[in-house]
Design a protein around this ligand. Structure first.
Ligand code: ATP
Ligand code: MG
Length: 737
């Protein structure tokens, strides 16, 4: 190990940071504002523990909010230690729990080879339960019920613990829905994300010896972004830290922005009580932002009533003033942002130093369009993930079925894809047998075949399908992953069916499958992992992790995804009432305060330059645009930042007006306008840029047929490739295509 000079380490930290880094044993809380070096302290502390206190890396567990943050932290620590890699456990709560569950798979009620259900899979189960319960699916939305249940699970509550007002229509259905939903998952030998945490707690509760092993093993537990942990995570942290008492938690209550996903800020605010003898360290110097940016952000967040006042200062005096920009329409807003990006770029700011943030994914559309037009490279976080593409999900579903033949969601995905003549009725019958007899799917299929419950043709097809699965299963563990997956795609006829489809879309899909084979091979070589680990990794890649590595590209992402990151130039866009603060949150004081914290998070991502922009008129969800008042957060800025906004009343004029700030022409230039094709005209051509009311802008990859009956295949930046009937789709053609 190359020596890590303590003085060098110390020289890169201020005194309270050093105090935290070199803190010995006992619980430690660092509660401090944005950009004050919390994540840096965690990173340095791990290096200090290893190098100076001789703690073996395997005895350290560090929990971050995203996998990407985990990789970055492990990389930084290894660098500080002068090593190639770090042998500590660094990951998200979900990743860590999954690792534990896989190690003790034989003890789990769901067995070792359980599947992980992502939100898509969960929705399918929820819809099936709604149907099974005979609920009116208009009144009881599967997604809403699922949301309720997931929140309850994040709090560690069971079906009967959910507190609902007696008169709520949900009170009658939620407990049963919850029960059935969980039963479905258990029968499928599947766990959802909340289950990964809950099952770990269960494992610890039912096997105290195992719990003790982990408690003894992890001499130090470090958690970043502690303000956004949920109750179950809190319980896990408590459990794991209870032998050594060495829990180091860092966070900022002003940045608690995930309560809608079960995060509970009481975890951080109650730390000192929960962990008696805790040392609390405050960090007050912000190293990230200029004074102008910090002042503006502090002014906004200080409006919140429920917060702990914090002092935060920066040595970076002055700096470019925070800019507020108003534009007549969302297109003009995007146009202005892109022009400014180009100006910055000309003056030496790389595109990769710039981030455009927005409240909702859908807002990326206008920016993407403007960036495309100027040919500026960009990446969108949280767009469609590689692992969410249809063909990739299909291929992974095959793998899932090979490992877990009881997984009905995977079964449904691929049993008739490519078409094998196994119709819906047959599939429903098979699933019905499994539910009615309380059997696993695989056993139920066998029974259905033995008892002749399927029509002859379907029975033959199902038997053939099962034989294929059996064959592949035998190859698990012996054949390389790439070969196994390749065989599956070939022998199932999946690849051939795509090949026969022809066209650019099928071509792209085949390319993606090729990419998946490459990924499998690379995974097997670098991670030494098998098919199970490969599936696990695919399941854990989250929205926030999603971004292709691309040289010098502007980053587009939601405010939520920006947590923990920093960029020299940041654009906070869509600063309008109803958009931000979001209309769903602004009518409750607690909701509004969370939106305000989100604004604080967004503003404090900026190092050198911060822009806040808004449009007078914006279309949302494809609806007609209408006049929107400026976000109240603009009014909350210090008056020297934007005196205009503080006094601008809610506009009442029907026509958009340009304020003095907006020097863009009010009349929109022709560029960027869209028109619908003439009826009967064969107007779509491959390569054309079109706009869809829901999916936004995309490019046409294929046109089959003519005129209004033509089928148009469009590739969207973040919704994948979709096929439309021209006459029905409401597609508009971009003029400048
Ligand atoms: P957030 O609340 O946004 O997560 P944070 O408190 O985790 O922020 P960091 O990301 O750790 O803050 O640090 C912010 C920036 O300040 C980083 O670029 C970091 O390298 C730098 N920094 C932190 N402490 C120091 C220091 N003592 N000297 C120089 N730079 C520092
Ligand atoms: Mg941080």
């Amino acid at each position: 190990m190359t020596g890590l000079d303590l003085d060098v380490l110390r020289g890169q930290l201020n005194p309270p940071q050093w105090q935290a880094v070199s803190h010995g044993d006992g619980p430690l809380l660092i509660l401090a504002g944005a950009g004050s070096g919390k994540t840096r302290v965690l990173t340095y502390r791990i290096a200090y523990l290893v190098q100076h206190l001789g703690v073996p890396p395997w005895a350290i567990l560090s929990v971050t909010f995203t996998n990407r943050a985990a990789r970055e932290m492990a990389r930084r620590v290894a660098e500080l230690l002068g090593q190639g890699s770090l042998d500590a456990w660094v990951g998200t709560f979900h990743g860590v729990c999954l690792r534990i569950l896989r190690r003790h798979g034989e003890l789990l009620p769901v067995g070792r080879e359980f599947s992980i259900y992502d939100s898509d899979d969960q929705k399918k189960v929820a819809a099936a339960v709604v149907q099974e319960m005979g609920l009116d699916s208009k009144r009881f939305k599967a997604a809403a019920l699922l949301h309720r249940v997931s929140r309850a699970k994040d709090e560690g509550l069971g079906p009967d613990d959910i507190d609902l007002p007696a008169h709520s229509p949900l009170a009658d259905v939620i407990p049963e829905f919850f029960l059935r939903y969980d039963q479905h998952l258990r029968a499928a030998r599947a766990l959802d994300f909340s289950d990964l945490l809950l099952e770990t707690l269960n494992l610890f509760a039912t096997h105290p010896g195992i719990a003790a092993d982990y408690r003894n093993r992890f001499r130090h537990l470090l958690i970043d972004e502690y303000q956004d942990t949920n109750r179950v995570q809190y319980r896990l942290a408590r459990e794991l830290a209870s032998t050594h008492g060495n829990l180091c938690a860092v966070g900022d209550d002003d940045q608690s922005i995930y309560s809608w996903r079960g995060a509970d800020v009481r975890n951080i605010l109650g730390f000192a009580e929960d962990f008696p003898g805790a040392t609390t360290v405050k960090l007050e110097q912000n190293y990230r932002s200029t004074a102008a940016i910090l002042e503006a952000a502090s002014a906004v967040v200080s409006r919140n009533r429920s917060r702990h006042p914090k002092t935060l200062w920066t040595a970076r005096d002055g700096g470019a003033p925070v800019t507020v920009r108003e534009a007549p329409t969302e297109e003009e807003e995007a146009h202005w942002v892109v022009a400014e990006l180009q100006r910055l770029h000309r003056n030496g700011t790389p595109y990769a130093s710039c981030a455009v943030l927005y409240r909702m994914h859908a807002q990326s559309r206008s920016f993407e369009e403007a960036l495309l037009r100027r040919r500026i490279p960009y990446v969108v976080y949280g767009g469609q993930r590689f692992y969410d593409r249809k063909e990739v999900k299909d291929a992974l579903a095959y793998l899932r079925l090979v490992l877990n033949p009881d997984d009905p969601v995977a079964f449904l995905r691929v049993v008739n894809s490519p078409p094998r003549g196994i119709g819906k009725t047959s599939v429903e019958r098979l699933l019905g047998v499994a539910t009615k007899r309380g059997k696993g799917l695989w056993e139920a299929v066998g029974a259905a075949l033995d008892e002749g419950l399927l029509a002859t043709r379907a029975a033959r097809a199902v038997a053939g399908f099962m034989a294929l699965l059996d064959g592949w299963r035998e190859a698990v563990g012996t054949a390389p992953l790439r070969d196994l997956l390749g065989n599956i795609l070939r022998e199932s006829g999946y690849a051939a069916a795509l090949g026969a489809e022809g066209g650019e879309q099928a071509e792209t899909r085949l390319e993606n499958l090729e990419e998946l084979l490459n990924a499998a091979e690379a995974f097997e070589q670098t991670e030494q992992g098998g098919i199970r680990d490969f599936l696990d990794r695919a399941a854990l890649v989250s929205d926030q992790d999603q971004a292709e590595e691309r040289a010098d590209a502007v980053t587009l992402m939601t405010l939520h995804a920006a947590k923990g990151l920093e960029y020299p130039a940041v654009f906070l866009t869509g600063m309008e009432e109803g958009v931000f603060p979001h209309h769903m949150s602004s009518d409750r004081p607690a909701g509004l305060e969370e939106e305000r914290r989100l604004c604080y998070v967004g503003m404090t991502r900026a190092m050198d330059r911060l822009y806040l922009t808004r449009a007078h008129i914006r279309r949302v969800y494809g609806a007609e645009g209408y006049l929107r008042p400026p976000s109240r957060f603009l009014r909350e800025l210090p008056s020297q930042v934007h005196p205009g906004v503080a006094v601008v009343p809610t506009p009442v004029a029907a026509e958009p007006v340009c304020t003095a700030e907006a020097d863009l022409p009010p009349a929109a230039p022709a560029e960027g306008r869209y028109f619908a094709p003439e009826p009967g005209e064969a107007s779509f051509r491959p390569g054309m840029l079109v706009r869809h009311p829901t999916y936004g802008v995309g490019s046409v990859v294929q046109v089959d047929g003519h005129g209004q009956r033509a089928k148009v295949t469009v590739r969207f930046a973040d919704s994948g490739t979709r096929k439309f009937i021209a006459a029905m789709a409401g597609l508009e053609i971009a003029l400048d295509a």
